[in-house]
Design a protein around this ligand. Structure first.
Ligand code: BGC
Ligand code: CA
Length: 371
């Protein structure tokens, strides 16, 4: 039981006590409630007590007993007097007590009324308190609900707050990264601006160059057309010459004309014949040329010799031998002979060259470069 309930119970108990005491008071406020049952001195006189004439009638009957009767009567009178005095005394005393009781009764009535008023006030107050208590209880329940709701809300908010803190930290990191990126982008932007300016300059230069090139191009187009005409003339000329060479026994391969003799002469005489034809003995300076010459399947002199210094082979144009196609065990200056000139003795082999004495008579091959 809470404090307010205790107060209310206290008030009720006080009221009960008051009621009981009031009832007692009610009993006591009528001290003469059984007044009718109390015999007044008068009633006693008129009631069961014998009257004086009765006594006198009895006394007159007998003389002897008359005195006794008189004495008795005197005694009776005295007794009656005493009784009367007692009764008067008791009456006065009772009256005074009654007045006092009346005063007390009035006071108690007043007090009771005040208590009643207090009781009513208290009752009212109690009812108000009861209402307030119920309201407060309701309010407390609502507050409890609100509290629970707020508690849940608070927890949710706490969670949200924590999430927000985390999010904020992430955003802060992202922000810092963005700032860094922005700085880098700014630097890149500045570089790009510089580059753009350089490119603009280059572009302007290029425009100038382009214009110059356009002019050059137009000049070149003109030149090309002229050259094309000249080229066509030269092709025609070359084809004419090729035809003439072929008619005179020359064959064409990869920028050179080749002539193979039908006669046989020494290496030197063979060379001189080539000179007369505006050519020289053939110089074989590529694998494809070696293969082309091998296709004739003939043994002939070509333009390679070590007649200058033994063992140092040179082409007829004075250039040293680099790539060679000597047959196995060649050059060998066979059996001590002086073999200083080169021929295609082993023409069936991929490496077909042999060194041979220069005075021997062989066919030969001349070469004339077309360009
Ligand atoms: C040639 C030599 C050559 C030899 C190879 C001879 O007939 O005159 O130059 O080295 O054959 O077997
Ligand atoms: Ca040889």
């Amino acid at each position: 039981m809470d404090h307010r309930m205790e107060i209310l119970v206290g008030v009720e108990e006080t009221w009960r006590d008051h009621n009981s005491s009031t009832k007692e008071l009610r009993k006591s406020e009528h001290p003469y409630m059984n007044e009718d049952k109390i015999q007044t001195p008068e009633a006693k006189r008129t009631g069961s007590a014998p009257s004086v004439p009765d006594l006198m009638q009895t006394g007159a009957g007998e003389k002897s007993s008359g005195r006794a009767a008189a004495v008795c009567l005197g005694l009776l009178c005295i007794l009656l007097l005493i009784g009367l005095i007692t009764l008067v005394f008791l009456y006065i005393k009772g009256n005074s007590e009654r007045d006092q009781l009346q005063t007390s009764y009035n006071n108690l009535t007043k007090e009771r009324d005040q208590l009643q008023t207090s009781y009513n006030n208290l009752n009212e107050e109690r009812n108000q308190l009861q209402t307030s208590y119920i309201d407060l209880n309701k309010e407390r329940d609502q507050l409890q609900t609100s509290y629970n709701y707020l508690n849940t809300k608070h927890e949710q908010l706490q969670t949200s707050y924590n999430d927000l803190i985390q999010e904020r930290d992430q955003l802060q990191t992202s922000y810092n990264n963005l700032i860094q990126e922005q700085d880098q982008l700014q630097a890149s932007y500045n570089n790009l601006i510089q580059e753009r300016d350089q490119l603009r300059t280059s572009y302007n230069n290029l425009i100038q160059e382009r214009d110059q090139l356009r002019t050059s191009y137009n000049n070149l187009i003109q030149e090309r057309d002229l050259l094309r005409k000249r080229f066509d003339d030269l092709v025609r000329e070359k084809n004419d010459l090729q035809r003439t060479f072929q008619e005179l026994g020359w064959v064409y391969f990869s920028g050179s004309f080749y002539y193979i003799s039908s006669l046989e002469k020494s290496w030197q005489q063979s060379r001189e014949d080539c000179w007369r034809r505006g050519a020289d003995l053939a110089i074989i300076n590529s694998k494809s040329e070696q293969e082309y010459i091998r296709r004739f399947q003939r043994r002939f002199w070509f333009g390679l010799t070590d007649s200058g210094i033994e063992g140092i082979w040179k082409w007829v144009d004075g250039t040293p031998l680099t790539a060679s196609y000597w047959a196995p065990n060649e050059p060998n200056s066979y059996r001590g002979t002086d073999e200083d000139c080169a021929e295609t003795l082993f023409y069936t082999w991929e490496n077909s060259w042999n060194d041979e004495p220069c005075h021997r008579a062989r066919s030969w091959i001349c070469e004339k470069r077309s360009a």
